[in-house]
Write a protein that binds this ligand. Structure first.
Ligand code: TXA
Ligand code: MG
Length: 332
């Protein structure tokens, strides 16, 4: 398909997630190429996490700063446990939520196969066992850790369907496994277990309430030092950004703005909006999370200069939705 050594594929193969497509995707990954694949949260941009040259291609394709470490994805819990040192809290969280939308940051095992570049030189490693059947089948076929950030260009809205991936990365990646819409729609919850109390680094598909129920206490907030020196895109203030400006908690709508609704409330002037989408007319936060990134992309495509967003409740998955919206609204 490519010249030897080429890192820019002429075109991106779109693969069906059947036995043939999965085998092709696995072979490409093992050959050091980039393959996007669905997880239950968002599409990931995969590369062999043991191969620094392959991992370097992720940073190049996404235009991602190299100080942002990547999550290593494993086929099952035992494979993940082998890559890091798990304290009591980490073990309980892994037991309760893997496979699923949880990433655990733990001290890297001395013999970890996840290369330095994937870990951005840190002594810790971020591990996740996704629950999506296509992701699991792919990881099993590859048989080694797969580094996978969300399959968008750095700073952009995360992809929840195959077309979103191609919008950002077509011709930058060898292949894409098309698994339709991703069910959760926001990224995994990232919890650091590095000694002391576990820290919630990024709210996501596993709610704070669910973490508390397993831990028996609330996870701590990130250390101030983490915010000064962001260890990942989830900690950068401006992220998940559409082209349009994003205005939160809109009580009213200006003519020509696009409008993102939740539930039955209608802000004043809603009938003057240029385009309107409702994350969940019934007020269901899981449905809202699954639609969030697609809605931001669609409202952006309306050409409106500003997307006004109705208030979103803070409980449950609302915490992750509000986090992503706040980053989309942050000054760039
Ligand atoms: O749902 C998800 O997590 C998706 C799918 C593809 O698995 N992946 C994803 O990756 O969202 P990415 O690269 O967009 O976000 C990775 C997050 C960063 O925000 C960073 O905070 C955290 O993982 N991270 C990774 N390694 C870390 C480390 N060693 N220490 C602290 N945070 C780390
Ligand atoms: Mg991301």
């Amino acid at each position: 398909m490519n010249d030897p050594g080429s890192t820019v594929p002429a075109a991106t193969l779109r693969l069906d997630p059947d036995a043939t497509g999965l085998a092709q995707a696995a072979a490409l990954l093992c050959a050091g190429e980039l393959v996007a694949f669905p997880t239950e949260t968002v599409y990931g941009l995969g590369a062999d996490a043991t191969d620094p040259a392959a991992v370097a291609r992720i940073f190049a394709a996404k235009e991602r700063p190299r100080f942002n470490p990547l999550i290593a994805h494993l086929a099952d819990r035992d494979a993940a446990l082998a890559e890091g040192r798990f304290d009591e809290s980490a073990r309980r969280l892994a037991e309760a939520f893997w496979p699923g939308p949880l990433t655990l940051v733990v001290p890297a095992h001395a013999g970890t196969r996840v290369c330095d570049l994937a870990r951005a030189g840190l002594s810790s490693v971020a591990l996740r066992v996704p629950g999506h059947p296509i992701a699991r089948a792919l990881l099993e076929a590859v048989g080694r850790p797969v580094a996978a950030p969300s399959a968008n260009r750095s700073g952009r809205v995360s992809p929840t369907r195959a077309d979103h991936v191609l919008d950002d990365l077509a011709a930058r990646i060898a292949a894409l496994l098309d698994g339709g819409d991703t069910p959760v729609g926001v990224e995994s919850t990232v919890v650091a277990c590095l000694g002391g109390q576990p820290r919630l680094l990024r709210p996501g598909g596993i709610t704070r309430d669910a973490l508390r129920a397993v831990l028996g206490f609330d996870p701590a907030d990130p250390e101030a030092a983490d915010a000064d020196r962001p260890t990942g895109p989830g900690m950068l203030a401006s992220h998940y950004a559409p082209r349009a400006r994003v205005r939160l908690n809109a009580a009213s709508v200006e003519p020509g703005e696009a409008l993102l609704l939740f539930g039955a409330e209608r802000p004043e002037g809603h009938d003057q909006a240029r385009a309107v989408l409702n994350l969940s007319p019934a007020g269901d936060l899981a449905e809202a999370a699954s639609r969030l990134f697609g809605a931001l992309r669609n409202l952006d495509a309306s050409g409106a200069a500003t997307i006004a967003v109705a208030p979103i409740p803070a409980e449950g998955l609302g915490e992750a939705i509000r986090d992503r919206l706040a980053r989309a609204a942050a000054p760039r």
